[in-house]
Design a protein around this ligand. Structure first.
Ligand SMILES: C[S@@+](CC[C@H](N)C(=O)[O-])C[C@H]1O[C@@H](n2cnc3c(N)ncnc32)[C@H](O)[C@@H]1O
Length: 393
């Protein structure tokens, strides 16, 4: 799933999603676009050489992409950048999010630690150390599919070090486009919250990890009541620090297959970069759980890896990710169709489309438009912000 071969970002048409409305060409918009494109051009130039080397080290026999695949990747980069700017212009999220990447932290803290860790990671890849995990006291509570070093990352999901390195490493993997892809899920969430009419609408983010998407949401809708669910105490601890200035956030250390919140208690359920790491039956169980959690008229908004059904032309990149990284369920995932899975669970599919090497699927639960206010329909747990549980240092 690498974007290792993309070209630098070139200016794209200003308007992509406004149905013909005149774009605002005020000085600030022009300056913002120029700064945004400069940032991503620089990120791509800085990351892509190292990114290519890293892929070659992990998958030396990897197939070279065709000129057609490279051109498509390049086209998608431009499309994504233009959509990001357009979303700001349309008021889906604030301008500050275009520049949210914590570059100084990635350069001064993540990069040195990741470089030191790289030889161990390579060694693990070549001796298949997929069960190379720290001895944590909560191991027995974890499902078998979870107990592995996804991406060959040191400690899997089970340590503070892994949580510290995760965001920067994912940005490196995607050539600086990871947060941008995550932002493509925001318009559908924001629309759902607006429609709810609630003063403090609820969003449950399944597998919130370090909280990158929750952070974006907190900036787009500061009045939202956010719930982050994840199985990793260190990742939840990291997320709770990241969201410290959004007090209406609760964290639940739970399996997303069975979340202890009441039926219909969420206006919107979200999930970012989770499904490609789940076995097929678990993917279905999690979608069924999202259906239970979301209120009638609410939405399940999923942003995950692209799949072959929408991105066959990028086949070489998707298969490369499967081969070079430890992603045992990815091969099955890319042959699946998330839209169909949501539809089988009862959602009406409003949108299913690729964004670069990711895809966005938006499913609406049929029925009313506002959340039930009946007693007992409120979330069963985590009514107040909770500290992540023991297990994180
Ligand atoms: C690839 S990360 C994605 C994190 C985050 N959503 C993002 O945008 O980067 C996958 C996350 O899923 C969590 N996870 C995987 N399986 C889970 C499960 N069954 N229940 C809860 N969390 C799970 C992991 O702990 C990890 O934080």
């Amino acid at each position: 799933m690498s974007v290792a071969a993309t070209s630098a970002v070139r200016p794209a048409p200003a308007s992509v999603a406004d149905g013909g409305a005149m774009p605002d060409e005020s000085w600030t918009d022009v300056a913002t676009r120029a700064a945004h494109r400069t940032l991503h051009g620089a990120l791509a130039a800085a990351m892509l050489p190292g990114n290519r080397l890293w892929h070659a080290a992990l998958d030396p026999r990897g197939e070279a992409p065709s000129a057609e695949a490279l051109a498509e990747l390049s086209r998608r980069v431009e499309e994504l950048i233009a959509a990001d700017e357009e979303n700001v212009r349309l008021g889906h999220y604030p301008r500050e999010l275009l520049f949210q990447i914590p570059l100084v932290e990635y350069m001064t803290r993540v990069l040195p630690e990741a470089l030191l860790d790289a030889p161990r990671l390579l060694l693990r890849r070549y001796r298949d150390g997929h069960a190379d995990l720290p001895d944590v006291p909560w191991m027995d509570s974890l499902p078998r599919y979870y107990r592995r070093t996804f991406h060959w990352q040191t400690d899997g999901w089970l340590s503070d070090r892994s949580a510290r390195l995760y965001d920067g490493s994912v940005e490196f993997l995607f050539g600086g486009m990871a947060d941008v892809m995550r932002r493509m899920a925001l318009p559908a969430v924001v629309r759902t919250l607006r429609e709810s009419g609630e003063a403090h609408p609820r969003v449950v983010d399944l597998a919130c990890g370090t909280g990158r998407f929750l952070l974006q949401l907190s900036r787009a809708r500061p009045d939202a009541r956010l719930y982050g669910v994840d199985l990793s105490p260190p990742y939840l601890a990291y997320a709770s620090r990241l969201l410290a200035d959004h007090p209406d956030t609760s964290f639940l250390r739970e399996n997303v297959e069975a979340v202890p919140l009441a039926d219909g208690s969420a206006d919107c359920v979200t999930s970012v970069f989770l499904f490609h790491e789940l076995p097929k039956p678990v993917r279905r169980r999690v979608v069924a759980e999202a259906y239970r959690l979301v209120r009638p008229g609410g939405r399940f908004v999923v942003l995950d890896s692209a799949q072959l059904s929408d991105s066959r032309i990028l086949d070489v990149f998707l298969r490369g990710f499967s081969a070079g990284y430890h992603e045992p369920f990815y091969g099955g995932y890319i042959r699946d169709d998330l839209g169909a899975v949501l539809s089988e669970a009862g959602f009406e599919i409003e949108e299913s489309r690729p964004w670069l090497v990711s895809k966005l699927v938006v499913g609406r639960k049929p029925g009313g438009t506002t959340r039930s206010r009946r007693p007992g329909r409120r979330p069963a747990r985590a009514a107040r912000p909770r500290r992540p549980p023991a297990g994180s240092s």
